[in-house]
Design a protein. Structure first.
Length: 254
């Protein structure tokens, strides 16, 4: 098999959360474009169906709230039924944000962010991995970290806690599940203009500060995540395990 062939996801089945827009929609499109039949998961049915329609025949919409922990096995059932078989790849792109100084940070927002950004991806991966191990499926689990997996950022203490936790989850699952043929990695986006960052990036001094620190001198786009997603989902990364691949324009190198 040639090196380009190793990037193919033909015959694979993928589940992508947060796939209605932004990073999730872009990475779902990338996986489908590489050949995977892809289940798109999000709460907003209208956005989800539009994203699936834009991708085409390899995409199916599976509306669900990933923070509803008790219903995650049901979500996996519905996704496998829609894909006509077991899930090979899961990519956790669902995420929420709340900006507030740490001294004033709201307890309910803390619980919401930890629940969606950290607990939900772990328990969904747990549910999928149990089936993969039982069925001898060589799984690929891809989590979404952040600059804040490595660095402190002002006014987003819960987000920083959740994304620091994601790095720990990636390491632990990579260690525990490798013997079952399951690889676990993550992608760490830099500053990407999405709904999560729009309000902050719309402030000129914030945007100028970020561009000044980013060696490449530009913000990222959702499409910048596509290659990393396909790489980590495919055999091109067959010996990569427990790694958080930073896609940040050089921010963490600065």
């Amino acid at each position: 098999m040639g090196v380009l062939d190793s990037f193919s996801l033909a015959g694979k089945r993928a589940l992508v959360t947060g796939a209605g827009r932004g990073l999730g929609a872009s990475m779902a499109a990338a996986l489908a474009g590489a050949g995977a039949r892809t289940a798109l998961v999000a709460r907003s049915t209208n956005e989800l169906e539009a994203a699936a329609a834009a991708i085409g025949d390899r995409a199916v919409a599976v509306p669900a709230d990933v923070s509803d922990r008790e219903r995650l096995p049901e979500l996996v059932d519905r996704a496998e039924a829609a894909l006509d078989g077991p899930i090979d790849i899961v990519l956790h792109a669902a995420g929420v944000q709340h900006r507030e100084p740490a001294l004033d940070f709201d307890a309910a927002e803390w619980d919401r962010i930890i629940g969606v950004n950290l607990s939900a991806p772990f328990f969904l991966s747990q549910a999928i991995a149990r089936r993969q191990i039982a069925g001898s499926v060589s799984g690929r689990h891809i989590f979404i970290g952040s600059l804040s997996s490595h660095l402190g950022l002002r006014n987003v203490v819960a987000y920083t806690a959740s994304k620091s936790g994601i790095l720990g989850v990636v390491r632990n699952l990579a260690l525990e599940w490798a013997e079952h043929g399951i690889r676990v990695n993550g992608i760490g986006p830099g500053y990407i203009r999405t709904e999560l960052t729009k309000s902050m990036l719309d402030v000129p001094e914030n945007r100028e500060r970020i561009l000044g620190r980013t060696p490449m001198g530009r913000l990222g786009t959702p499409e910048d995540m596509a290659g990393a997603a396909v790489f980590l989902a495919s055999d091109a990364s067959a010996y990569v395990n427990g790694h958080l691949l930073m896609v940040d324009g050089g921010w963490t190198a600065n």
